[in-house]
Write a protein that binds this ligand. Structure first.
Ligand code: UDP
Length: 267
């Protein structure tokens, strides 16, 4: 078992140094947080499900020409990704009014938007990730105007593709959040889709019943969080061998190990 250095620990994932320079191992935890960390719980099996769902969606997006950081899934909880410098923006795409949009603008929850809306939030926990305009972003140097154009183009393509993909399995893509990073190859810089795409950062409702199958179940104390994520995975046809986020067959117990690491963190 190799010992790895922990680069960063976030709310739902840990990043370890990868086996090759320029690579990172992304470990999916079972922790769930909401309301800027004020609410925290452990949802058994969530990390396993998100690892699988995100792998599946990133690979599908790569097939349609969206460059992503995803390289390969290593085991139940880990995937190998390219090391990127994360652009400090959350790119949110909305198709239906929900969450903070409803609160901010007084729209009706569940109201279809006349067209999809792309929003940017500045990634800064201390400030509660505030909504920012394109002018804030370019003036304060978080991304250039050209990079912003690229982010919007990718976000819209991801939305078009995922809306169709989820529709095909009876799910409505209400909204979602993307993160992007800069990837350097010698002198060349490319923007890659990074982080994860899972029910932790998408709102997904059943097409017929509007049943909530995403992290809102956790935010609103509705229960059945892991079951909802599992339902999403099953509809996507990717988890026949896992029940309730636990292994039954097809994966070895060794693969569900907790992360190994050296004790000292990067300064
Ligand atoms: N989202 C996210 N991380 C955040 C904030 C939002 O993944 O820090 C996702 C969220 O799951 C939803 C979309 O972005 O799919 C829009 O979220 P919203 O702005 O409505 O915020 P919320 O209601 O979650 O506070």
């Amino acid at each position: 078992m190799s010992r790895r250095r922990r680069i960063y620990e976030g709310k739902a994932k840990i990043l370890f140094e990868g086996p090759e320079p320029g690579t990172v191992v992304q470990y999916f935890k079972d922790d769930a947080t909401a309301f800027n960390n004020q609410k925290h719980d452990v949802i058994t099996g969530k990390g396993v499900l998100n690892n699988r769902i995100s792998e599946y969606l990133m690979l599908k997006l790569a097939e349609i020409g969206i460059p992503t950081h995803f390289m390969k899934r290593l085991n139940m909880r880990e995937q190998l990704v390219r090391e990127v410098d994360i652009i400090p923006l959350e790119v949110v795409v909305r198709n239906v009014a929900a969450g903070s949009l409803v609160k901010r603008l007084g729209l009706e929850h569940g109201q279809a938007l006349p067209r999809s809306i792309v929003e940017f939030y500045y990634k800064k926990d201390e400030l509660g990730d505030p909504l920012v305009s394109e002018d804030h972003i370019t003036a304060l140097g978080w991304a250039t105007a050209q990079e912003l154009d690229e982010l919007i183009t990718y976000a819209v393509r991801v939305n078009d593709f995922l809306t169709g993909l989820f529709m095909g399995v009876g799910l409505k893509l209400i909204d979602f959040k993307l993160e992007f990073g800069r990837f350097w190859e010698e002198e060349d810089m490319r923007i890659l889709l990074a982080d994860e795409i899972s029910p932790d950062n998408c709102r997904l409702w059943d097409l017929k019943t509007n049943e909530i199958l995403d992290k809102d179940r956790f935010r609103q104390d509705m229960g059945g969080v892991a079951e909802a994520y599992q339902e999403v995975a099953q509809r996507l046809g990717i988890l026949p061998e896992i029940s309730n986020g636990q292994m039954t067959e097809g994966e070895s117990a060794e693969e569900d190990k907790t992360p190994t690491e050296e004790t000292q963190d990067k300064a």
